[in-house]
Design a protein around this ligand. Sequence first.
Ligand code: NAP
Length: 244
Amino acid sequence: MAAALITGSARGIGAAIALRLAKDGFDVALNDISEKSFENNDIMEQIKAQGVKCEKFIADVSKSDQVEAMVKAVKELFGSIDVLVNNAGITRDGLLARMSEENYDLVIAVNQKSVYNMMRYVAPIMMKQRSGRIINMSSVAGLHGNAGQFNYSASKAAIIGMTKSAAKELGSRGINVNAIAPGFISTPMTDQLSEEQKKAILELIAMKRYGNVEEIAGVASFLAGKDSSYVTGQVIEISGGLSM
Ligand code: NAP
């Protein structure tokens, strides 16, 4: 059975992708930063109910040594890594003039360096298999910028460059690398926005609503599946028409 590893998958978009890939028939390796992230949720049970294998791997994806150990453990348990979804991400928003170096460095480490860490250790496994799908979670903030998200936009724009470079390097080995750029999706991350910010954002969205996590998971399923076999190096924006 093919296996998928999804980072930051205890909740939110990552959990929805994990469940969707389980429904598609993949064994699922969940990852999050701590055991606590999995408390009070039943994502593992929901995935196992699909009749596939599921295990959780605790690792901080910004840390190279933890990623190396996790990738080794996933490969040992599942036998292969066929789909990698680099989903873990954080925000530490603030205006540029007041942004601390600590918050800049933290967001770059968790959102951007993690993608390097994960691809560095998973790509050789996929190269040996001569097949694999890598899906990197960018954002509309990486495509278009966003006031108050200088650090976050930088990390998400970098992911687009990393996706395209890796697609060019790995294409001849049968590995497709694509990015998803969600707009505003209802998750704990967007719950942090003020009512005023939420109202202003809705004005800009053609479909006049936020997206839901299943709408991101559906596109991840397409990028992980047979129908996208000739799609690589692309960024798919899922934003209800936030930008056109
Ligand atoms: P979320 O609900 O905050 O979930 C993110 C998950 O990542 C959490 O479970 C979190 O764990 C985990 N995580 C954080 N740091 C980690 C680390 N160092 N190592 C491993 N796991 C870590 O966020 P989301 O809204 O689902 O977003 C998922 C991805 O989509 C992110 O990359 C985000 O930037 C991107 N995105 C989201 C939106 C949106 O509207 N929601 C829009 C565009 C892009 P804990 O919280 O337990 O620490």
